[in-house]
Design a protein around this ligand. Structure first.
Ligand SMILES: Cc1ncc(COP(=O)(O)O)c(C=O)c1O
Length: 463
């Protein structure tokens, strides 16, 4: 038997009128009924429990045997005693179904998730080790809310070099991905008396956080050059959320003229832009266009994330904050939480500074480029009547049909074939165009699977 020591929250009172064996049985029975001890869970051995309670082993054995007869405990020669699988419980709580984020399909065309099978675990482990070695005793405390200094330094250097971001490490705030940054941003904007936030239409549809934190959303149309800045200027918005490198989800790039117009709008309105650079590193036909932030560092909050470049599981993101918003954002962030794991931050700092981050991105860029080409070739063969829009970048393609498809039925049929699909319609706050547009991620499937999955999907659409 294992020598593992299983602890149990039970006591016996030698002075009590109730016999010790009855006390033991009662407490074990109650703990199982209440759900504190879960069906199948390990119990201490008779020897351990006897020693822990300072009572005789036969007494514990008798209690366990009694509870076995009642159906609470399962005893097996040579194995640790366990709570019986079908032990009676007072109540079995009903839990709501888990959110879509935990539902994975074998063939997943839904955008948003990188290839999860290529996470560089061995190299990450080396960075965790190096990060831990670099940490002194004080680094294991709470530290600054902004995040650990080596990561802020590594990011300032990397973002300046690769994304054209103008960043001093003192402006960098480490976040729990973009999703956590949102709530802080909303509250900080409200603190500046900003009430209306413009969003791209269609856009990245996670809007609830903005609204719940007091902002009114103003949808601004996106065309082939990105967000329509003239429409933005005609709106009541004082701040705007944009995805300039690769618009989410249409895949267009914000043109040079629109960038300048947007910067002029920021100056004229004395407003702020939030630049969500979620997949800016993935551009396949040429070098990525630099970040908007480089053109107006005083008015643009640059937000990046490790969710596409490494994995959503890290829950790590960063903001480069204009000085005018620094104290408001730090204040809101501190009210919300005390920051991300500082051990992981040191690991990421090492991963970036040692060049592994860049190496991983170069490797993934080649993989995604090949997958994108394979998908586009398959679309040309299997779906010749559609239009593929968006630049050669990011992790998904935008495929426009000339007619409206029965989208719910296709989604349902696809799901029965273990396939996840998304249409553009859900990314509109207002009314979407009549014709259907499919969003097809190529990030998670190798070329052959992509071709097979697309053929299956075409079959589902046509029948
Ligand atoms: C447009 C956009 N921004 C940001 C994110 C990343 O969010 P997070 O950093 O919280 O994982 C996503 C993820 O799907 C996204 O699609």
């Amino acid at each position: 038997m294992s020598s593992r020591h299983t602890e149990l929250l039970i006591t016996v009172d030698r002075q009590a009128a109730e016999p010790m064996r009855t006390q033991l049985e009662r407490q074990l029975r109650d703990a199982v009924r209440s759900g504190a001890l879960r069906p199948g869970g390990e119990l201490p051995s008779t020897r351990d429990l006897a020693r822990h309670l300072g009572i005789s082993r036969p007494l514990v054995m008798e209690a366990y045997t009694q509870l076995e007869a009642e159906g609470y405990v399962a005893l097996r020669q040579g194995a640790a005693p366990r709570v019986a699988d079908a032990a009676p419980q007072h109540h079995r709580p009903k839990f709501p179904p888990e959110s879509f984020i935990t539902a994975y399909y074998r063939y997943d065309f839904r955008p948003g998730i990188p290839d999860l099978s290529t996470f560089p675990s061995a190299r990450w482990l080396k960075s965790v080790e190096a990060g831990l070695k670099a940490m002194g005793p004080n680094d294991f405390g709470y530290g600054q809310r902004f995040g650990v200094w080596p990561l802020r330094q590594a990011l300032a250097d990397y973002l300046g070099r690769v994304r054209g971001v103008s960043a001093d490490p003192r402006q960098i705030l480490i976040t729990g991905g973009f999703e956590q940054a949102r709530a802080c941003l909303a509250l900080a904007l409200r603190r500046r008396n900003i009430t209306h936030l413009a969003v791209e239409e269609p856009g990245y549809a996670n809007y609830a956080t903005w609204v719940a934190n007091g902002l009114t959303l103003v949808p601004i149309p996106v065309d082939g050059d990105g967000i329509d800045v003239a429409a933005l200027a005609a709106s009541p918005a004082q701040a705007v959320l944009v995805t300039p490198a690769h618009q989410s989800p249409t895949g267009v790039v914000l043109s040079g003229a629109r960038r300048l117009a947007l910067v002029n709008w920021l100056r004229a309105r004395n407003g702020f832009a939030i630049e969500d650079d979620y997949d800016g590193e993935f551009r396949y036909d040429r070098a990525p266009v630099g970040a908007l932030q480089g053109l107006a560092p005083d008015a643009v909050v640059y937000a990046g994330t490790a969710s596409k470049s490494l994995a959503p599981a890290l829950r790590m993101g960063w903001m480069v904050v204009p000085p005018a918003l620094l104290s408001a954002l730090e204040y809101e962030a501190l009210l919300m939480d005390y920051g991300q794991s500082r051990i992981d931050q040191h690991a990421l700092a090492h991963f970036i500074a040692s060049g592994e981050y860049g190496r991983h991105l170069r490797k993934m860029r080649a993989i995604y480029r090949d997958r994108r080409e394979a998908l586009l070739a398959a679309i040309r063969t299997d779906l010749p009547e559609v239009e593929v829009s968006g630049i050669s970048a990011g992790l998904h393609a935008t495929v426009r049909f000339h007619r409206r498809l029965d989208e719910p039925v296709i989604r349902e049929r696809a799901s029965r074939r273990d396939m996840g699909v998304t249409f553009l319609r859900r990314h509109y706050l207002g009314t979407a165009p009549e014709a259907s547009t499919l969003l097809l991620s190529y990030a998670q499937m190798p070329e052959r699977a992509l071709r097979t999955a697309l053929r299956t999907l075409v079959g589902l659409i046509e029948n």
